[in-house]
Design a protein around this ligand. Structure first.
Ligand code: PRP
Length: 217
């Protein structure tokens, strides 16, 4: 019996991850019952997957540090803080994008010698984006409801995740640039990839089959 430990991102990606494992043949009944439990074993044939529910940045920490062999996490978190792991697969769900948004009608680039102020939960992504443009900006880290920053006059713009666009619209903001597409990724610990190669490759194969099935729907 093989055993792998995988960290799943709680919240938005959780349901889709569970759906994927279920369609791959794992018994996920316990995972689907709402509870405060954070660890679950799901089983399929000769493989037990010990699933761990964690916040996105922690999924990366657990995989980097090797206490989890694999993880499912958004490309947004990977772009913000990811370094040493294998990003083996785009799982296709959790699709959204990073965008630069301003108050409707604002001319972000017009006039003024002063640095633009950007509110964001993603300072690294923001820094890299404007560095590529050769533009100095002042970045203010905001923990949530980032849309408030330009409304309150704290920032000239925000770099944030846009999925449906509803949050921007309802708060009088608009996208002026798309920065990068985002979706859920399967990541693997560097050492686990060597030590547990067969079990991991077989799981990756099953994920690939799942993606094919989804694509043909
Ligand atoms: C994210 C993001 C936007 C919203 C975008 O916030 O920061 O606020 O979702 O989604 P939409 O385009 O479908 O409206 P999240 O719900 O993760 O919470 P937060 O405001 O605490 O960051």
């Amino acid at each position: 019996m093989d055993r792998l430990r995988i960290a799943l991102t709680k919240g938005r990606l959780e349901k889709k991850s569970v759906e994927m494992f279920e369609s791959m043949g794992f018994n996920c009944e316990e995972l689907k019952i709402p509870s405060r439990k954070l660890l679950f074993d799901i089983v399929k044939d000769e493989l037990t997957l010990e699933t761990v529910l964690a916040k996105a940045p922690d999924v990366i920490t657990y995989v980097e540090r090797g206490v989890c062999d694999l993880g499912i996490v958004g490309k947004d978190t990977i772009m913000e803080q990811g370094r040493s792991f294998y990003e083996v697969m785009d799982l296709g769900f959790g699709k959204c994008r990073f965008a630069l948004a301003v108050r409707k009608g604002d001319e972000f680039y017009a006039g003024t010698y002063k640095n633009r102020v950007i509110g964001t939960k993603y300072p690294e992504v923001t820094k890299n984006y404007f560095a590529k443009k050769g533009m100095d900006v002042d970045i203010v880290k905001i923990e949530g409801s980032v849309e408030l920053a330009p409304i309150l006059g704290l920032a000239d713009g925000i770099v944030d995740i846009v999925e449906t666009g509803t949050t921007l619209k309802e708060n009088g903001l608009e996208v002026i640039e798309t920065i990068a597409p985002i979706s859920a990724r399967l990541i693997v610990n560097l050492a686990s990839m060597k030590m547990k190669k067969q079990a991991i490759l077989s799981l990756i194969n099953d994920c690939a089959d799942y993606l094919e099935k989804e694509a043909s729907k």
